[in-house]
Design a protein. Structure first.
Length: 330
């Protein structure tokens, strides 16, 4: 039986240290409890399936959709509230001071799944914000994972006209630096989404050819979720970003909109950043290179062809706010 207080006592840094991952009967008990929760909240989606919410208030609260090794999936018009992991694991070796790691994305597309369309949904932490979980061992007791991840060789995934709001680790494309078999896969299109008060991974990419265009990013200084970065350039990633609009209600360092995670290249054009003044077109790669020792180039080696129309950046805020999210399928 999982005893939370005993778990904390056994693995606190002054007892266990920070050099080894936790192990033993208490960790085994936590893992068993986590497995029981997984059986209750994870839904595996089969091939040739459409899941479409009826009306304006279709909701899935605390559930996790997984598409693994499947094809031809549509998910539309659903409000997702992120699952809460009741049994997160303490990993002393994660970073300098250790971290609490949780499982369960709202939606995961993985293991060579392909031809997936995720459209006109809303993803949010709902009533359960990270700051409400408090800190244990000096680290956030993290009970959320990602909102929408694409991993392990998945291909031809389109993420369009969704709202992604109030969350930390939002979208990861490519699960591991060492998974070299992802090379040539993870072809993903992300367009006309409304990212509001989300912290990071918008998206973060490894290996994939990812077309990111006409998305609207909005950040407020008083949000529970503080902005870290938007576009994460990971190992062998090939992000092609066009005509995205970033709106901050405070002064932002333009060089922090892109973050390097051992990648080398990102193509970016047509970005607008609107702080307290009027909108200004900026070169985000140049801004990054001016403020970092590591330098990025724009030679991603491909140009997108699987799209219809790319809207002018000036039109993106009004267009996305009017059309993204649930109840707007017409």
């Amino acid at each position: 039986m999982y005893d939370f207080n005993a778990y904390l006592e056994a693995y606190k840094p002054e007892v266990w240290g920070l050099d080894n991952e936790v192990s033993g009967p208490l960790e085994d008990a936590r893992a068993r409890s986590a497995q029981k929760q997984k059986q209750q909240i994870v839904v595996n989606i089969g091939s040739n399936t459409s899941i479409i919410g009826l009306g304006d208030d279709a909701k899935i609260i605390g559930g996790s959709f997984i598409m693994s090794g499947v094809e031809n999936i549509i998910i539309r018009n659903i409000q997702f509230e992120a699952p809460v992991d009741f049994f997160p694991q303490w990993d002393p070796t994660d970073g300098e001071f250790g971290e609490w790691n949780s499982e369960y994305d709202n939606v995961t597309v993985t293991n060579n799944s392909h031809n997936v369309w995720i459209n006109h949904n809303k993803f949010t932490d709902g009533e359960h914000h990270d700051e409400d979980f408090g800190k244990i061992f000096g680290r956030t007791y993290q009970q959320h994972d990602g909102l929408l991840d694409v991993t392990n060789g998945a291909d031809y995934v389109t993420i369009s006209y969704n709202v992604l709001e109030d969350h930390d680790k939002t979208s990861l494309i490519g699960s591991s630096d060492s998974r070299k078999t992802d090379e040539g896969h993870l072809k993903v299109t992300i367009h006309h989404n409304y990212y509001k008060n989300v912290t990071q991974r918008l998206p973060r990419v490894r290996y994939g050819q990812v077309h990111v265009y006409n998305n609207y990013y909005e950040f407020n200084k008083d949000s529970d979720y503080k902005f870290d970065y938007a576009l994460g350039v990971g190992v062998n990633s090939k992000i092609y970003a066009e005509n995205n609009y970033f709106n901050f209600d405070y002064d932002v360092n333009l060089g922090e909109i892109i973050q390097d995670w051992e990648g080398t290249s990102i193509y970016e054009s047509g970005s607008f950043v609107n702080g307290k003044s009027s909108a200004n077109e900026v070169d985000l790669v140049e801004a990054f290179n001016q403020t970092h020792t590591v330098q990025l180039n724009e030679n991603v080696g491909w140009e997108p062809t699987l799209f219809t129309k790319i809207d002018p950046t000036q039109a993106v805020p009004a267009l996305v706010k009017a059309k993204a999210g649930t109840g707007k399928l017409k």
